[in-house]
Design a protein around this ligand. Structure first.
Ligand code: ADP
Length: 275
């Protein structure tokens, strides 16, 4: 049985006292080493939930948000939780803080007072892990969007986190950049055992994850393996999400009387099934 890394028990939240609930009674468990997708349309509460996962938002009661057993309601746990849960955000340009790639990756380490020798080793290691070691002296603004996101990931990796959250981190990237980032975190999960939480409005990105949570109106409507989730077409449409390309094609084929033997998750599955 895998270790539970994140437990959320009945989390509800409003930004304004007399406003609507943005999260209502969310329960969520994430295990060590999993690749998790949290999928929902804009405004469904994904980013708000992510902020609770790395203690940018704090619940009112104890035992509602636990990260590696640390209750985020306790002030003394907050910095530890932020160190263990790294976040990559949507806009790569907003995340570059220094004039060289090296200094950018060093930024977080300087803040937590890592000694210079160890800092050099960590930076070198982190840049290698994201395949950007040749760019150490580059100015970040000269890099592509995908490369910038990989530098942001290196900055997080250098802090030795157990969990990386991508909050719509691919949504401003071109297809190549998107592929680079997803491939990088896939490898970090596989080879370094890092738990990856990918927050996205694009169900297509969830195809390779271990588990998918579908959010709608501040709640988790369904969860399960991609194979299970991709079969819940009514729920997907009800949550305001677009069907992934392969599902849309299958739906159209079915309506024209074609029977496919398998539920095809990817475009490649579909091509194999049809030809
Ligand atoms: P998502 O990430 O799924 O797009 P968000 O968590 O960003 O959803 O937003 C959920 C709801 O909370 C939306 O209605 C949004 O307008 C509202 N919201 C988000 N951030 C704030 C904030 N800082 N203050 C007030 N309302 C907010």
């Amino acid at each position: 049985m895998k270790k539970e890394l994140i437990q959320i028990n009945g989390l509800s939240f409003k930004y304004d006292e007399d406003g609507d609930e943005v999260l209502s009674n969310v329960d969520l468990t994430i295990h060590e080493g999993e690749w998790v997708s949290i999928v929902g349309h804009n405004g469904s509460g994904k980013s708000t939930l992510a902020k609770f996962l790395n203690a940018l938002l704090i619940p009112n009661e104890s035992n509602v948000v636990l990260v590696e057993g640390l209750d985020t309601v306790n002030e003394e746990n907050i910095w530890e939780v932020r160190k263990r849960v790294g976040m990559v955000f949507q806009n790569p340009d907003n995340q570059m803080v220094a004039t060289t790639v090296r200094d950018d990756v060093a930024f977080g380490l300087e803040n937590i007072g890592i000694p210079p020798k160890e800092m050099v080793a960590r930076i070198e290691w982190a840049l290698k892990r994201v395949n950007m070691e040749r760019y150490t002296e580059y100015e970040p603004h000269r890099l592509s969007g995908g490369q910038k996101q990989r530098i942001a990931i290196a900055g997080i990796l250098a802090m030795r986190p157990s969990i990386i959250i991508l909050d719509e981190a691919t949504s401003m990237l071109d297809p190549i950049g998107r592929q680079e980032v997803l491939e990088t975190v896939r490898m970090l999960k596989k080879e370094d055992g890092i738990t990856v939480i990918n927050i996205t409005h694009d169900l297509e990105e969830a195809v390779n994850s271990d588990i998918v949570f579908v959010m709608n109106r501040g709640n988790i409507k369904i969860h399960g393996t991609p194979r299970y989730i991709f079969q819940q077409t009514e729920e997907i449409i009800g949550a305001g999400l677009e069907l992934p390309f392969s599902l849309e094609v299958q739906k159209q084929l079915k309506s024209k009387g074609y029977q496919l033997s398998n539920a095809c998750l990817t475009k490649e599955d579909l091509v194999n099934e049809l030809w």
